[in-house]
Design a protein around this ligand. Sequence first.
Ligand code: TXA
Ligand code: MG
Length: 326
Amino acid sequence: MSRVRIAEPAAIEDAARLLTLGRLVAFPTETVYGLGGDALSTSACQAIFQAKNRPADHPLIVHLPDAAQLDRWAVNIPEAAWKLAKAFWPGPLTLIVPKHPDVPNTVTGGQNAIGLRVPNHPVALALLSAFGSGIAAPSANRFQHVSPTRASHVLDDLGERVELILDGGPCSVGLESTIVNLTGAQPQILRPGAIGKEALQAVIGRPIVDHAVCAGQELRVSGAMAIHYAPQTPCFLCATSRLGKVLLDYGQAGLLTYSASLPNHPVRHHIRLSGQPMAYGHELYQALRTLDKANVEAIIIESPPEIKSWHAVNDRLRKAAKPYSK
Ligand code: TXA
Ligand code: MG
């Protein structure tokens, strides 16, 4: 049976012991909760794919206790990787680099590139240091569902499929890490996150291209699939000025907004988030889960501005919702 335990030292020790036995534990990071297993164990990685219902060719991120372990997991590490690790780890940044031949293929879904990250969360770091090696951890949700930002979300999604859930409270960032691929001719962002392109470029001193620009890239990134991070209820993105009109099309709709001024329409299930992108991102997945449970016909989401500071949020919203087009 799955157990949720407050992430105190004894629970963290137990979690590390379970990992050593090849079992799975969920733990908090600053971005979202991860479903962890021993990254060097083929059977533990297979169990992760199974628990999530995730195809086995979608690579898992390996979490490390510190940047000094980079060269145990990767080879031909480019200078840019060391610079980014130094600047942003521990933190919400995943680096894709060439995999060390000693690391089993299961964790990378058969690819020669590996995703590595040192998370910035005291519980994750304590678990990594107690375990002493890399922990493979995708977000602890069912494949293509919304990522969990609370221990209760993990329980809702994975239930008995995970033996122990360490409860470290809500995740501070709330959106998954920025992913930078350093295996090609040019660094590219595969998934935007809290660390933006400009900050990354400033550290490596060269331009980074966005994923959308890299046509024909051969890495498989499940986060880059069109349907991802999606609630079960149909979700629609809608301009602020059209919200009132669109809501008239539904008897029961959920509404997610950020503007202080509201459409003049009574909606029972309305969540208003911050107009500030970081604070909005922090609450987004919790809000989507709440509205998804509200038994509404559709979730109408006020489109945030298409500007840089909202980039990571807009990326997730486009994966969760379609533009409203009636
Ligand atoms: O913030 C995060 O990154 C969270 C926490 C738990 O660390 N993890 C996370 O993992 O979001 P996941 O598996 O849900 O999403 C990771 C993304 C996937 O789209 C995967 O395809 C991509 O990273 N990825 C992992 N390893 C990769 C690799 N070797 N090459 C290309 N993409 C990779
Ligand atoms: Mg995920």
